[in-house]
Design a protein around this ligand. Structure first.
Ligand SMILES: [Zn+2]
Length: 209
């Protein structure tokens, strides 16, 4: 860590990802990082950009994913994290909001729903007997309904919500969220939930997680 410099849970995730991909990930290089990320989990259950900040979907994904890479996800309160993220899926729209009391947004189909496979894995490692072996712990059909019906631009591409413009960012993260909502697990445990006509199934997404 750069003493006196800017710190942010997103940077921790980038550093851990790059170190892992380039095979230079050592405990010494990341001494204290996992504990610092765990301090970013607040009373809501999600993770903020720095300790004491409001929980947010993007920061929470980065924090949890970094801890998975560092094999330290047990430092989090996984139950309160599960409660926070599942409460971000909106009952009426079916999509996810990024923070408490904010509007639903297509890109959180990845940042929030993407947490559920990571949580499933972490809770499975703890031997949680209540875990499903066919479904993630969110309403996979409702999320597909939001993405397919509300986030598609008739001219191509996907968006935040109806009335907004399409862009590459929302196209990427809506499609990534759709892959999670349609596919559970991998290998022998792979299980699909495809809403509506079979043509709604994303092509080439057998092993998304
Ligand atoms: Zn968005």
């Amino acid at each position: 860590m750069h003493v006196g410099g800017e710190v942010d849970v997103r940077s921790a995730y980038c550093a851990a990802s790059v170190a892992s991909l380039t095979n230079i990930l050592t405990p010494a290089l990341f001494a204290g990082t996992a504990e610092w990320i765990a301090r970013c989990q607040n009373w809501e259950g999600g993770i903020g950009g720095v300790p004491g900040m409001e929980a947010h979907g993007g920061y929470t994904f980065c924090g949890v994913a970094a801890l998975v890479i560092l094999k330290q996800e047990h430092l989090l309160n996984l139950r309160s994290l599960l409660h926070w993220v599942t409460s971000r899926q909106m009952r009426f729209e079916g999509g996810f909001q990024g923070r408490c009391n904010k509007l639903v947004d297509g890109c959180y189909s990845f940042w929030q729903a993407g947490l559920l496979p990571l949580l499933h894995r972490a809770l499975h490692a703890k031997g949680d007997p209540a875990l499903s072996m066919t479904h993630w712990m969110f309403d996979q059909s409702a999320l597909q309904e939001y993405i397919l019906l509300c986030c598609q631009c008739p001219a191509g591409g996907l968006l935040d919500k109806p009335g907004k413009s399409r862009d590459f960012y929302h196209t990427c993260y809506c499609l990534s969220g759709l892959a999670i909502a349609q596919h559970f697990g991998s290998g022998d445990l792979h299980h699909e939930v495809v809403l509506g006509a079979p043509k709604n199934r994303l092509v080439g997404a057998e092993r998304p997680c």
